[in-house]
Design a protein around this ligand. Sequence first.
Ligand code: FES
Length: 135
Amino acid sequence: MKENIKWTKLTDIKSFELKPQQLIKVKRDEILIIKDDTNFHALNNRCPHMGLSLNASECNMKDKTIHCKFHSSSFSYKSGEVNDWLNVKGFEKFMVWLYSKFDKDAKEMMSMKPAKAEVFKTKVEEEHVWVGIED
Ligand code: FES
């Protein structure tokens, strides 16, 4: 089956030496580009949990994961697979428990089923990173 991917030229690969995580707008989407050892990875900036920004989240280059700071979920930045889901601990866990006592939405928010992050293909050409998004 032929893939229908539209490639978009993004930014100079040298810019990742100083800034290995960059947020780039492509049409309506915000794409987060992450450079690890030598590869570039692209994912939708919207966390699949509540749609909040993954930008400036901590990446674990050894496990190839990105950790959403809002409700402690982590995802493979290569495949989008869920590595950890709503794993809140300590004081944060207490606050979530407290909110859920009074707020039905907070309770629903913390009982959502795990969902993969959206990832995109990347390539390097002309010394630039490109992202491939299905049409
Ligand atoms: S918005 Fe990312 S885990 Fe909740």
